[in-house]
Ligand binder design. Structure first.
Ligand code: 2OX
Length: 475
């Protein structure tokens, strides 16, 4: 009798769940997501393990650096043409000045390597429309500058030599191309924009064919109505790109579905391979939902400058530890951190960026084990900092950014988890005292540090059945 009761209960529960699941899929979306997420192939696994990337914004805007005819514009340097209302010809003729004599791709790649990034994303074409590679489909490219050479090719080669994955940023929005339209108001607009779409496709396939080691594409400038009205096109484009380069990783910003829904399709399913909406901001909440999708935060060092701006005194410049804290927060919530650099027109880096990259690199050299290959630890956030967990390990890292006055660090574990050992990452052999204060709740006690650098405490966990070891560790 009891058995039947249980059985019918199971039947009721499962059928109710199925009905709920069916009800959730409200709309028939034809041009939404076509990939099962989160992707589990090797390319995506590598992307996820990388955790830390370098963003590079480089184009003609690096030459004026936010200053036009003696006037400094405080807005984003790569947007100067737009808000200083510079005419097309004046802006486009910057092309004949682009000659980065100090560009040394080997040095750039070494700087990136020393900073600890595992991938780089470079602007192949920003909104201004200028192409860093010799494109068959336009003359507004590197080939027609005094530099002449294939700058992007040199860049890719140098970074790959250092073992750094290369991704291409590509803006669909194009201020230079005569066929660009913000919206389609006439038959003429429609025909023009069809040409723009063809140009976009040609260039993207060209980039993949010219630089076959490219790992992914970071689309931008996709928010206008004209692009949103072409969900079928971007759906097919993503498929074509991936057919040419299996394993390619594309950001959510690329697409809109046929209803114009961006990033997430009309059923709320993420499009592309990871969410790229976190621009100059981090997830606001500790909601577990953040950890469900792959995502990446892209961040500027000043308040809002991507391309090189001559005057960095106009906004707060983030400190090295402020940036490192962002990287650690991303890691702790299953996200990647893409930190932006805006090289000068001559091909050198400003001294502030060089200094920050060195400082980040030296911290990561000592503490990278708490970043690379790490993920959300599944534990309740504590005020001292962030947990990160090396995937598949029995280890939990505590990355400390706020040292408690008491010298006691609260840790709340999940049911069945026990602490076997605790030590500081920099002093591996020295065990740290752990006191059990409640069920699954511990205080980690350590001597006060000088408090001038974030640091990592490693917790080695064990399963509950090996109780003996546990008691030993606690004495
Ligand atoms: C436009 C309107 C509201 C908020 C952001 C923008 N935005 C951002 N416009 N362009 C951007 C570009 N994306 C960054 C990654 C930079 O390339 C920036 O220029």
């Amino acid at each position: 009798m009891k058995k039947y009761l249980l059985l019918s209960l199971i039947v009721i529960i499962t059928t109710t769940n199925q009905t709920l699941a069916q009800n959730k899929k409200e709309i028939d979306v034809k041009y939404g997501q076509f990939t099962q997420l989160p992707r589990q192939d090797n390319d995506m696994k590598k992307w996820r393990e990388n955790r830390f990337g370098q963003f590079i914004h480089w184009g003609l805007y690096a030459i004026p650096g936010g200053v036009w005819e003696g006037k400094t514009y405080p807005g984003a340097a790569e947007w100067l043409k737009s808000f200083a209302k510079i005419n097309q010809q004046s802006w486009d003729s910057l092309q004949y000045q682009f000659n980065p004599k100090k560009f040394n791709p080997t040095e750039w790649a070494k700087m990136a390597k020393n900073m600890g990034v595992k991938y780089v994303t470079i602007t192949t074409k920003h909104h201004e429309g200028f192409c860093l590679w010799p494109s068959k489909f336009t003359d507004f490219d590197i080939e027609a500058t005094p530099y002449k050479k294939d700058l992007l090719g040199e860049f890719v080669e140098a970074y790959n030599k250092e073992g750094i994955d290369v991704n291409f940023y590509y803006s669909v929005l194009d201020w230079h191309h005569p066929d660009w339209r913000y919206k389609i108001d006439s038959e003429e607009d429609k025909i023009a924009f069809q040409r723009l779409l063809k140009y976009t496709e040609n260039q993207l396939l060209e980039l993949i064919e010219r630089y076959p080691s490219v790992k992914g594409f970071w689309f931008d400038g996709t928010w206008d109505q004209s692009w949103k009205d072409n969900g079928e096109f971007s759906y097919n484009l993503e498929k074509k790109m991936k057919a040419l380069s299996p394993g390619l990783i594309v950001n959510s910003r690329m697409r809109a579905d046929e209803y114009g829904s961006r990033h997430f399709d009309s059923n709320g399913v993420l499009m592309g391979d990871y969410e790229s909406g976190y621009e100059r901001r981090l997830p606001a909440s500790w909601d577990i939902k953040v950890t469900e999708n792959d995502w990446e935060c892209c961040m500027t060092i000043p308040y809002n400058q991507w391309g090189y701006h001559k005057d960095w005194s106009i906004s707060h410049i983030k400190s090295t530890y402020e940036l490192l804290e962002m990287l650690v927060q991303c890691t702790s919530q299953n996200g990647n951190f893409l930190l932006n650099f805006g090289p000068k027109g001559d091909g050198s880096f400003r001294k502030e960026e060089a200094k920050i990259s060195k400082e980040i690199g030296s911290w990561i050299k000592a503490n990278g084990a708490a970043i690379y290959g790490c993920e959300y630890a599944g534990l309740e956030k504590q005020s001292w900092g962030y947990y990160t967990k090396p995937k598949g390990s029995n280890i939990i890292n505590m990355v400390i950014f706020n040292e408690p006055i008491s010298g006691e660090y609260r840790v709340k574990l999940k049911k069945g988890q026990l602490i076997k050992n605790a030590y500081s990452l920099s002093k591996k052999n020295k065990s740290i005292k752990v006191v059990e204060v409640a069920k699954q709740e511990y205080l980690i006690k350590i001597k006060k540090t000088k408090g001038d650098e974030p640091f990592v405490i490693v917790l080695e966990l064990e399963k509950k059945d090996s109780k003996k070891l546990h008691q030993k560790a606690l004495t």
